[in-house]
Structure formats: structure tokens, C-alpha cells
Write a protein that binds this ligand. Structure first.
Ligand SMILES: Nc1nc2c(ncn2[C@@H]2O[C@H](COP(=O)(O)O[C@H]3[C@@H](O)[C@H](n4cnc5c(=O)[nH]c(N)nc54)O[C@@H]3COP(=O)(O)O)[C@@H](O)[C@H]2O)c(=O)[nH]1
Length: 893
């Protein structure tokens, strides 16, 4: 796109061209008018002079002829007296004629046309009676003067114009003519003396009819002829006596400026013309020269302008390039996050970027410009100690023109604070000379802090800030080495909070987290300087206590820790109490390495838990054996599960009113060869190991399958009850397992009852409760097992659509002997009925108990009094007997 400056230059140039053209046109126009005016003046002067001369000639000729006519006696005008008077008269005529070079001579002609006397010669016999002048004067007495057309003289044979006056006698009769032939050649010479340029023209014409008398230059066949187009003649005819005009000649078609002038009162006018091309020749040359010079000047000017403009454009381009380069440089150094400072050879700041000023805390560049940058920002060593200027590596690099680098250094900020930096300094070289250095630096403080944070997190627990297991292992190695050197013992304590899950589930994870942080702080405060507390995860902590003299010496230490944790914690307006179960193992007696000791301390901790919590156990070998047994059991359990060595026994549940079997409880057994292992021996292990999930799924499928097999055999439907472990809610996909068991067997959902304990309910989260609600929506029945041992809210159970409360056998066993148990059972039955829940008494072993329960209004009963849990074949026999109306024998099989 054309730039503004270029447009201005072009407009200026065009204006200059126009102005120059106008000036030239004006000058040339003025010169033209001047030339024309000069030409007009010239030709006017010429015709003025010529008219004066011609008028004088004609006037003198007329006067001379009139005097001759007046003085010549008519008596002398006869041939008869001619010979006598001729010599004297002719001398007289010759004398008079000698004063007129323009006339050929003077003649006296008698009334008959005979030339009697002549000033120049005498003809023996000569008559002019045929000449126009003679005839006009002879025939027109009033005519006093006559000018003839141009004719050739009969004697001289030259072209002549005759001027004649009549001679009259006393009576006025025509007596002859006095005549003078004007010599055309004379006038020709006169005209020729005038220079009107190569194409100039002078004409003498008659004013009455425009006939040509004389033209110079001559043209053939023009004399005595008038013109078809003659503006001068038109002006004369209209009464003008003089004037100037310009036109193209009708004769030679040359344009001229003409001036004309009438010759006195004679019938002639003289005209002179200067050809335009002649009087304008110099003007034309001037015009051409001026135009050419102007064009050349304008071309030169244009070229100059173009060069100027080009140079200006180049300069603008160069300036723009420079500016763009500057902009790019500014953009670059302003955009980078690194601090950049330029300095001269003395270390004074010559530029800085915003990042540098931001990092160093200087609000404006001028605050740094000219400052001794190095003494300003590089005053300290990385450890914060003062750095002598001479030791500053950047200053040395400046002096020796070498780059330098530091990974970890400190600069001093404007407020005196230290900035941890990584920097590079490079020499600034211009034209081969070192002119200073540029310093590039980054704030690595945040990165360092992050690295430290990462390193910290790699070895510490993010929640409590305590060392994690990795760091604990590291500390263990150091402390174990120390213990070895000192011959002392190192105690490893495995600490697990009691009831933490309840706090976490009931008050939320945020409170749970705060609880763990508070416990961590409490533990740290309870430990000695060289003790280590670390968090393993969840509510498990590991404590390393060096310098232990004996196992006995350890117990008071543990007691202090347990006691210290008993004090309540105040978290979010909650007063929370907790306790811990601690297992302890000793280095080197219980093990030499971290993993072994931790396993043993863990085992001891489980024993402490089993022992009723808020206590501690020191590891001993029996625990180890038990743990080994547990491992063995687990391995065998897995094999049995894979090989299908589990069986279900079913214990009938009867309606107390009529003894009718309404359902059976499925109870799993482990078929180990010929012996059956009871669930109490493997369910705890299966729950703690999570193996209860696959086992529970198998029980569900098998119970539904078996229940389906007996539905078709009996008139009334028999519900199958399946025990669910809390672990199945936590880890298994229970909803899907139930749906799959029902779908796989084809059992109606209302014939499946799921038994869960109060403890299971108490520890479940909202997610698990919603699973229960969905299970209930599937149509399956829900029963609360071991009811009365926990803290279930009845309204809560109602909301969960629980169908049956199974009253725990611990209340049933002594029902007849313990009034408290009886009161409890009565209360449970009464409240359950108000909530329209069924009640089932477990562990009914006698008719007396059965009767009591019936009187209390209990709906169903289950127990050895009616039947022990039966293998499937025996259950079928039992049910057949029941259907046959055979009253079940209490206590029998
Ligand atoms: N999660 C699962 N738990 C299961 C499963 N199968 C059994 N169990 C649980 O194991 C516990 C022990 O069961 P078991 O040894 O089978 O004992 C049951 C009955 O034999 C026993 N019982 C029944 N009547 C009497 C009686 O009159 N006297 C007496 N001393 N014992 C009796 O009670 C057990 C049934 O109790 P409950 O489940 O509370 O109804 C036991 O807690 C089972 O829950 C399983 O598949 N999954």
C-alpha cells in the first residue's frame, strides 16, 4: 500500500507540474501576445510609412498634373502647333518630371487622344484615344482625376498606372488630358525595401473594387484582380481607413497579421502582412525550448523526487526494520519469565526486563539504570554470608569476557530480601569488543521449595507430617546400628486406634483426618527426643523407641503412651475420646530387620485388640505360631473354595403359633475330609482376609439353588435366610451378587432373606445403606441378626424396610431364669410389633423357652429344640414330615 509520504510527494510533484505548466503557459501566452502586438505595430508602421509615401506621390502627381492642365493653353493643344512649341513645352515637362522619380514622365494629350508633348521623348505619331483614362475624362466632363488600371506602357513597355486630369478651355470644353504614368517598378522597389520576413507581403489595391495594383512578392495573374475573400477590402468598404487583422490569405493560404491604410482620399489602400509563422518563429522556438527545458527540469525534478522518496522509503524501511527489531527485542525480553539485565564493562545496568525488576523488587527500570548492578544484587553468597565484590563471578566474567554460570546462588532484592537464583552471564560483544555482559537469572526458590516438598512427601505422611514407612525404615537402620553398638534394645510399637472407623464413618472423613493429625501431635509430644513416630496409613502408627534396656522396661513406656492418648480430643466442637491397641516387638531379640519386626509387632497388636483394646501386647512365639496357623488356614481355605469343599446346612425357623416351618437359615460348613469345620473357626479369618466375599457369593448362589429345589416339593413356600458379613458390604458387589443368585436359580426374591448384624449396620456408610434399600426394593427380605446386642434405632430399621428381628440367643438362653433378659425380650417384641416387624427368637433349646416366647407374643423360633442345622437331604426329610402334618418333635432331628 502506498505510504502517506509517497502520496504527498506525488501530489506535490503533480502540483509542481501544473504550476510549472501554468507559469510556462502564462509566460508563453504573454510572449505570444507581445509578439502579436509587435507584429501588429510593425505592419501598422510599415503601412503608415508606405501610405504617407504613396499619398505624397499621388498628391504631388495630381498637383503637378492639375497645374499643367491649368497652365497649358488650349491653343497649344493641337497637332498643328505642336512642332512649333514642342521643344519649349517638352523642356518644361522634363524639368517638372525630373522631380518625380516615381513617374515615367509627363504627357500632354489633345482632345483626340494624340500625345502632343512628352517630358521624356516625343513620338512622331502616338494616340491614346483607346486608353481608359482618356475615354473616361473625354466622356465625363465632371471627372477631374482618374487613375487607370495597371497597364503596360506602349513606349517604355513597363507596367504603369496612369494618373490623368482633364485640360479644359475657357468654356470648359474638353481640350485634352495631362497624364503621368506612375512607374510600378518604382513602387516595387519601395515595397522591396521593407522587410516583413520570409513570408511577409505588401499589397496595393484599389479601394473601390479591390483590384490589385501591386503585390510583393509578386504572384502571376493577380494584378488588376480582386479577391474572393479579402477582409481588408471588407473593412475598407465598410468605411474603415486603417486597421489590423489576422487571417489566412486567400491567395497563398498563409496566416498573417495584416495592417491596412487607405491612401488619403485616393481610391487605393496599402496593406502589409507579417506571416504568423515569421513573427512567431522565435516564440515557437522559445515555446519548444521552454517546453523541452520544462519537461527536462520536471523529469529531473521527478527523478530527484523519486530518488528522494526512494531514499526516504529506504530510510523509513530501515527505521521500521530497526523499530521492528527493537520491538522484537523488547517483546522477547519482556515476554520471557527469566530476569534479564544488561550491564556495561563497569557492571552498571544498561537495560533490564520486567521479569528482572519483578524478581528483584524494583518498580521501574530507571531505578536500576546506571546502578552498579553487581554490588546492588550480588552482595551475598548462597549461604547468605556477605560476598566481597572481588569474589563475584559475574564481575570476573565481565573483566575476562567469559561466560559464567551458577546453579544455586542468591541475589539481594530491593527490600534486602534474598532471592534464590540460577544464573548465566554472557559477555556482550560489539564489533569484536567486549562492551559488557548480559545476565539471565531465574528464581529457583519455588522450585527448590517444591523439591524439598517432594523430598519431604517422599519420606513423610502428607496428612500428619510424620515420617512414613520409608523414612521409618531408614531411622530403624540407624537406631538398630546404634542399639547394636550400645548393646541396648530397640522397641518397635505397632499402634492401631480403637474405634477410629466409627468416628470416621459417623462424623465424616474431615473429622477423621483432624483426629489423625491430633493423634500424631499427641504421640509426638509423648515420645522422647530420639524416639520416632511414623504413620503407616489409616489409623496405624509405628513407633521406634531406642535405648530400651529390657522388655519389662518397655511396658511403663507403652503405658504412658496409652494413658496419654486417653485424654479427649476437641475437634470441631466435638469432644472425642479414643484409645489404642499396641503390639510391640524388640530388636534384636524378636528380629533383626524392619519387616520381620513390623510383622511381629502387628501380630502382637491384633492380640491386644482381641484382648479388649486400649492395651498392649509384647510379641511372643505363641503369637507367631498362631499367626502361622492363620496363614495355613487361609491357604487351606483358598484350596477348599477352589475345590468346592464347602457345604450348607439349613436350620428350620418355625412359627411359634402353629409350629409350621416358614423358613430355614443357611449355615456354611467346611468339609475337611470326614470332619466338618464349624464357621466360627474360619469366618473370622475369611472376614479379616476378605475371602468372605467369594465364600459369601458361593453361599448366596448355593442357598438360592437349594431353596429353589424344595419350593416345588412343598405346598407352602419356605424362605431361605443367608448370613451376610460386614466385609461383603464393604468390599463385595453385594447387590449384583444377590441379583445374580436370584436370576441364576430362578428363586422369587421374597423367598430370600438376608441376615445382617446390628454391628454391620452401625458401621456402614450411606452408600451401603442405599445398597440395602435397593436390595429391599428387589423384593428380598431383610432380617437383623443377633438383635439386642447392638445399638440399632428401631425407626432407622423401619426406614430400611427390615422384616424380621432375630433376638440374640444370649437373651433367650436364660429367659426363664433372668428377669432382665425376659424384660428385654418382651420390650423387643412389643416395639417390633408396634413397628410391624416380625420377631424370631434364636437359640431356643427347650419347650419351656418356646412356651414363654409364645406367651410373650414372639412370632418365630429357631433352635436346637426344633432342629439342629441339617444337611440338605435331612432338611428335605424334615420338611416332608412337616408337610405330612407330622408335628415336629422338639429336640429331635
Ligand atoms: N457370614 C456368614 N456367617 C455364617 C455363615 N454360616 C454361619 N455363619 C455364622 O457362623 C456363626 C456360627 O454358626 P454356626 O456354628 O452354624 O452356629 C449357628 C447355629 O448352629 C447356632 N445355633 C442354632 N440354634 C442353637 C441353639 O439352640 N443353641 C446353640 N448353642 N446354638 C444354636 O447358632 C448359629 C446361628 O446363629 P445366627 O447366625 O446368629 O442365627 C454364626 O454366627 C453364623 O452367623 C455364612 O454362610 N456366612
Amino acid at each position: 500500500m502506498m505510504q502517506r509520504a509517497q502520496r504527498i510527494s506525488i501530489v506535490f510533484f503533480l502540483l509542481l507540474v501544473m504550476a510549472t505548466a501554468a507559469l510556462i503557459a502564462f509566460l508563453l501566452g504573454t510572449a505570444y501576445v507581445e509578439k502579436q502586438h509587435q507584429a501588429e505595430v510593425n505592419v501598422s508602421n510599415v503601412v503608415s510609412v508606405l501610405e504617407t509615401r504613396l499619398e505624397a506621390t499621388l498628391r504631388r502627381s495630381q498637383a503637378t498634373l492639375e497645374e499643367l492642365a491649368r497652365t497649358t493653353s488650349p491653343a497649344l493643344m493641337s497637332l498643328a502647333v505642336r512642332a512649333q512649341h514642342a521643344p519649349a513645352i517638352q523642356r518644361e515637362l522634363a524639368l517638372r518630371a525630373s522631380h518625380f522619380p516615381e513617374i515615367v514622365g509627363l504627357r500632354l494629350i489633345d482632345a483626340h487622344g494624340n500625345v502632343l508633348y512628352a517630358s521624356d521623348f516625343l513620338l512622331p505619331q502616338s494616340s491614346v484615344h483607346d486608353r481608359s483614362y482618356f475615354k473616361v475624362l473625354q466622356q465625363h466632363p465632371q471627372q477631374t482625376l482618374f487613375f487607370s488600371e495597371v497597364a503596360t506602357g506602349r513606349l517604355s513597355h513597363t507596367r504603369q498606372l496612369f494618373i490623368a486630369v482633364p485640360i479644359r478651355d475657357s468654356r470648359g470644353s474638353f481640350a485634352g488630358v495631362a497624364m503621368a504614368p506612375l512607374d510600378i517598378a518604382y513602387f516595387q522597389k519601395l515595397f522591396a525595401a521593407v522587410d516583413l520576413g520570409p513570408h511577409g507581403v505588401i499589397t496595393l489595391r484599389r479601394s473601390d473594387d479591390g483590384r490589385l495594383v501591386l503585390r510583393l512578392p509578386e504572384l502571376a495573374d493577380t494584378v488588376n484582380r480582386s479577391l474572393h475573400y479579402n477582409p481588408m477590402q471588407e473593412r475598407i468598404a465598410s468605411g474603415a481607413t486603417q486597421g489590423t487583422l489576422r487571417y489566412y490569405s486567400d491567395v497563398d493560404h498563409v496566416e498573417r497579421i495584416y495592417a491596412f491604410r487607405r491612401i488619403g482620399d485616393y481610391p487605393f489602400y496599402v496593406g502589409a502582412g507579417i506571416a504568423s509563422r515569421d513573427f512567431l518563429a522565435s516564440w515557437h522556438a522559445t515555446l519548444l525550448g521552454t517546453v523541452m527545458a520544462s519537461v527536462m527540469v520536471l523529469l529531473a525534478l521527478g527523478w530527484l523526487l523519486y530518488r528522494l522518496q526512494r531514499s526516504e522509503v529506504r530510510q523509513q524501511d530501515a527505521t521500521a526494520d530497526l523499530q521492528a527489531s527493537e520491538d522484537r527485542f523488547q517483546l522477547l525480553i519482556n515476554s520471557v519469565g527469566e530476569g534479564i539485565c544488561g550491564m556495561d564493562r563497569d557492571g552498571r545496568c544498561i537495560f533490564s526486563n520486567p521479569a528482572a525488576r519483578r524478581l528483584l523488587g524494583y518498580p521501574a527500570e530507571r531505578a536500576l539504570l546506571g546502578q552498579d548492578l553487581l554490588s546492588l544484587i550480588h552482595r551475598h553468597a548462597p549461604d547468605g554470608q556477605p560476598l566481597p565484590a572481588a569474589h563475584c563471578p559475574i564481575r570476573q566474567a565481565l573483566r575476562h569476557g567469559r561466560s559464567c554460570h551458577a546453579d544455586d546462588d542468591v541475589f539481594t532484592c530491593a527490600d534486602g530480601g534474598l532471592l534464590t537464583v540460577r544464573y548465566d552471564a554472557y559477555p556482550l560483544v560489539k564489533d569484536g569488543r567486549d562492551i559488557g555482559a548480559v545476565l539471565l537469572f531465574q528464581d529457583i526458590g519455588e522450585g527448590k521449595r517444591q523439591q524439598q516438598q517432594i523430598a519431604f512427601l517422599a519420606h513423610h505422611d502428607a496428612l500428619t507430617g510424620l515420617p512414613n514407612r520409608m523414612l521409618a525404615e531408614d531411622h530403624f537402620r540407624q537406631l538398630a546400628g546404634l542399639a547394636q553398638r550400645q548393646g541396648s534394645m530397640l522397641a518397635m510399637l505397632f499402634l492401631d486406634l480403637d474405634g477410629f472407623k466409627t468416628i470416621n464413618d459417623s462424623l465424616g472423613h474431615d473429622v477423621g483426618d483432624e483426629m489423625l493429625q491430633a493423634v500424631a501431635r499427641r504421640l509426638s509430644s509423648l515420645l522422647r527426643e530420639h524416639d520416632t513416630a511414623c504413620r503407616l496409613g489409616g489409623d496405624e502408627f509405628l513407633l521406634l523407641l531406642p535405648g530400651i534396656a529390657s522388655a519389662e522396661a518397655l511396658l511403663p513406656v507403652i503405658g504412658r503412651i496409652l494413658h496419654g492418648l486417653e485424654a479427649p480430643f476437641t475437634l470441631r466442637n466435638h469432644q472425642l475420646s479414643t484409645s489404642a491397641s499396641i503390639g510391640a516387638a524388640l530388636y534384636p531379640s524378636d528380629g533383626m530387620d524392619f519387616t520381620t519386626l513390623m510383622k511381629k509387632a502387628d501380630t502382637a497388636m491384633y492380640h491386644a485388640k482381641d484382648a479388649g483394646r486400649n492395651t498392649c501386647r509384647l510379641f511372643d512365639e505363641a503369637m507367631h505360631v498362631e499367626a502361622q496357623e492363620m496363614l495355613r488356614l487361609r491357604s487351606q481355605f483358598l484350596t477348599a473354595l477352589e475345590q468346592g469343599r464347602f457345604v450348607l446346612h439349613f436350620q428350620p425357623q418355625l412359627r411359634l403359633g402353629d409350629g409350621r416351618v416358614l423358613g430355614v437359615e443357611a449355615l456354611v460348613r467346611w468339609q475337611d475330609g470326614d470332619s466338618l469345620i464349624p464357621p466360627a473357626q474360619f469366618i473370622p479369618m475369611a472376614e479379616s482376609s476378605g475371602l468372605i466375599v467369594p465364600l459369601g457369593e458361593w453361599v448366596l448362589h448355593e442357598a438360592c439353588r437349594q431353596a429353589m429345589s424344595w419350593q416345588s416339593c412343598y405346598d407352602s413356600p419356605v424362605v431361605v435366610a443367608v448370613n451376610l458379613s460386614a466385609v461383603q458390604f464393604k468390599r463385595g458387589n453385594l447387590e449384583q451378587a444377590v441379583a445374580s443368585a436370584l436370576a441364576g436359580s430362578g428363586l422369587a426374591p421374597q423367598l430370600l432373606e438376608l441376615e445382617l448384624t446390628e454391628t454391620t449396620l452401625l458401621h456402614q456408610t450411606e452408600a451401603v445403606l442405599s445398597t440395602l434399600r435397593r436390595l429391599s426394593q428387589l423384593g428380598v427380605r431383610l432380617a437383623i441378626d443377633d438383635f439386642g446386642t447392638g445399638y440399632s434405632s428401631l425407626a432407622y430399621l423401619k426406614r430400611l424396610a427390615v422384616n424380621t428381628l432375630k433376638i440374640d440367643q444370649s437373651f433367650i438362653r436364660n429367659l426363664s431364669g433372668d428377669p432382665d433378659d425376659a424384660n428385654i425380650v418382651c420390650a423387643i417384641i412389643e416395639m417390633a410389633h408396634k413397628l410391624q416387624l416380625q420377631t424370631l427368637a434364636e437359640g431356643v433349646e427347650s419347650a419351656q423357652i418356646a412356651d414363654l416366647l409364645r406367651q410373650m407374643g414372639c412370632d418365630q423360633a429357631q433352635g436346637y429344640y426344633y432342629s439342629r442345622p441339617l444337611p440338605i437331604a435331612q432338611l428335605h426329610a424334615y420338611l416332608r414330615r412337616q408337610q405330612a402334618g407330622e408335628r415336629t418333635q422338639p429336640g429331635g432331628r
